[in-house]
Design a protein around this ligand. Structure first.
Ligand SMILES: CC(C)(COP(=O)(O)OP(=O)(O)OC[C@H]1O[C@@H](n2cnc3c(N)ncnc32)[C@H](O)[C@@H]1OP(=O)(O)O)[C@@H](O)C(=O)NCCC(=O)NCCS
Length: 162
C-alpha cells in the first residue's frame, strides 16, 4: 500500500496532537530505560514544544495522510553553529530532536517523508549536515536511520556505579 504523505510546518493549533505523538516516544523510552526515566503526572513543560513551534532556527514538521485530518507524524529539529574551536570546521548542523509516527501508520514511508522535508528545511537554513541521537535499544529507529543512509558518528557509553 502506498500512502500519499504531505508534510507541512506545524502551527500552534497542532500542539495537542504533537504532544500526544510525543507521549508515544516518552512511553517507549520509559519502558526500555526504567533506570533513567520515570513515570510522572507532571505535564511536559510547554517550553519544550514551544521552542520548535516559535523559535527562529527551529522547526516542527507534521505529516498528514490524505484520509486523516490530523497529523500522523512529527519531526522536531533546530539548526546550530558548531562549537567555536579552531579545530572544528565552521558550519551549521541541523539536529533532529525527535521523530514519531503514530503506531497504526508506521511502515508507510511517513518518517521518510518527514526526514526528506527536514533535510530541505535544514539546507534552506544553512546547515551542511544533519545529526541526531538514537538509543541503542531502539531497533526500529536504528533500522530506520540506517535505511535512510545515516551513519554512526560517535557512541555514548555508560556504566552504572554500584
Ligand atoms: C522510527 C519511526 C519514526 C519510523 O517511522 P515509519 O514511518 O514507520 O518509517 P518509514 O515507513 O518511513 O520507514 C522507512 C524505512 O525504514 C526502515 N524501517 C522503519 N521502521 C522499521 C522497523 N520497525 N524495523 C526495520 N526497519 C524499519 C525500513 O527500511 C523502511 O522501509 P520499508 O518499510 O520499505 O521496509 C517509527 O517506528 C516510530 O515512530 N517509532 C517510535 C518513536 C521512535 O523511536 N523515534 C525515533 C527516535 S530516534
Amino acid at each position: 500500500v502506498t500512502t500519499r504523505v504531505a508534510v507541512r510546518i506545524a502551527e500552534l493549533g497542532d500542539a495537542p496532537v504533537i504532544e500526544a505523538l510525543l507521549d508515544y516516544i516518552d512511553e517507549l523510552h520509559r519502558a526500555a530505560l526504567p533506570r533513567i526515566l520515570q513515570q510522572t503526572d507532571e505535564p511536559r513543560p510547554a517550553e519544550f514544544l514551544g521552542r520548535f513551534l516559535t523559535q527562529a532556527g527551529c522547526v516542527a514538521l507534521v505529516a498528514l495522510v490524505d484520509v486523516d485530518p490530523e497529523p500522523v507524524g512529527v519531526l522536531l529539529a533546530c539548526v546550530r553553529e558548531v562549537a567555536a574551536d579552531p579545530i572544528v570546521i565552521r558550519t551549521r548542523v541541523a539536529e533532529i530532536d525527535t521523530i514519531v509516527v503514530t503506531p497504526l501508520r508506521r511502515r508507510q514511508g511517513i518518517a521518510l517523508a518527514l526526514v526528506g522535508a527536514a533535510m530541505e528545511w535544514a539546507r534552506a537554513n544553512g546547515a551542511t549536515r544533519v545529526e541526531l541521537g538514537v538509543y541503542e535499544f531502539n531497533q526500529a529507529a536504528r533500522a530506520f536511520w540506517q535505511s535512510g543512509g545515516f551513519e554512526t558518528l560517535s557512541r555514548r557509553l555508560e556504566k552504572p556505579i554500584p
